[in-house]
Design a protein around this ligand. Sequence first.
Ligand code: HEC
Length: 499
Amino acid sequence: MGIFHWIDARVDLVGIKRTLLDRAVARNLTWWHTLGSATLAVFIVQAVTGIVLAMYYSPSPDHALESIRFLERSVASGTVLRAIHHWGASAMVVLTVAHMIRVFTMGAYKFPREINWLLGVILLFIVIGFGFTGYLLPWDQKAYWATQVGTNIAGTTPLIGGSLVTLLRGGAQQGAATLTRFYSMHVLLLPALLVVVSSLHLFLVVRQGVAPRASELEKNAPAKTSDPAYPQYYAHQAHKAKSGGYRFWPDIITKDVVVATLIISFLVLFAMFVKAPLEAPADPTDSSYVPRPEWYFLPFFQLLKLVPGSFESAIAMGVPTLMVFALLALPFLDKKSIRTFSRRPGAAFTLGGVAIATAILLGASIRDEPKNVIAPEVGRILTSTERAGRTQFERQQCGGCHKVAGMAAVPKKSDAPDAPDLTEVGLRHTTAWIHSYLEDPVRFHPDSKMPAYGPPTLSHQEIEELSRYVGSLRGPDPNKAPQYVDTFPEPLKAKESSK
Ligand code: HEC
């Protein structure tokens, strides 16, 4: 208490409390009114988990994925922390959109809150920017190829497309510069923007108060909010609505805290059971990989698939641009003073139409989800090189002698020698060692029973593919670190010269 008085005497804490919390609010505010503060609460969770993740993360193509694997393997709660941040990003998008729908259906973007609606639209795009830049950071296949598509779409912008792509990628190609750039946007630029814009947004909420219920602002209202008499009407009605004795603290704050606590608890619980995905390292040569964006971009992605090629770039740029302008223009186009949703057929029709179209597109895209089949023996989607190697593994009947747990068993030939189990061979040997071994096992074990697969049996490239696949066999436990025991033979001079 002593400290409180000491500070209060100097900075007037009581005054701050009075202006921020001790205000009259309109009666009958709903639980839907807590969505904005819930978004803010999840953002704080994102900031805290993000800071910890940044302490382990290395923003370079060579180390990004490995630094995340290290975090998940060796840091206490690292996996859960990353999962909270990963799913929290989706929660931010869902909550922001839900909050906007609440404001839209209650007509709260109308006079005098047009500016705050604009700030809200900007915040939506900042949140999406966070999602887009964050998606690249693991630098796995999914990250790499989805961002490739995303930046390509930006490239279809008329006139400035080329420069925009260069700006985003930090060069013509997607590479190390892109990762650095996205990382700096994700941890410096976007957080700074978000803090500034959301502070303004909150400042206006405090300044204008929460909008009273629609019904409080409709009795005998002028038809248009642009009517010169409207501001006075509004002030009068808002004052009346506030006279019900409800206070910001504790009436509103309590609801906010309850909802925020529930949402964050759910997020943490969810993250404890569902890990954030991580695929194979990005392979820029693997053009067979089917890219998938984050789920909230799927409806848009699906729309692009439906339009014929010649229209694609028009739709790719046109639809988002139209959406931005429609959202920004909304409070200036809609000047009717009616706020109750059921009495605004145009608004109901628009929202319903957008919702149904989005749901149909999302459903279609989930149905069309490309089957990047997970190889059970590796527990993840294979790169195209590894896939080719796996085919070779089957064709050469390596399984006739070797067992790999998780892979369909091949009947052992009666004359097959006892061969080592290859389930975890990638933990014992590097790809380079496996490559040399497959070429000529006798060089390694003079009495080897294993056939040599060097040319002409298989080409160098086929052996390399095979070795990549065999090297990726690391057993069922993804946290097991490799311990290589590669021993290369002394050059067998006699044998070499006899060739
Ligand atoms: C005729 C049976 C046979 C076939 C077919 C065979 N191997 Fe082997 N493989 C062996 C035997 C036996 C060994 C044990 C070491 C030795 O004899 O050289 C071995 C060893 C290995 C090793 C080293 C394992 C270790 O832990 O040191 C690898 C890797 C390997 N094989 C991969 C393959 C691949 C890939 C194929 C298919 C292209 C294949 N093998 C086909 C019999 C076979």
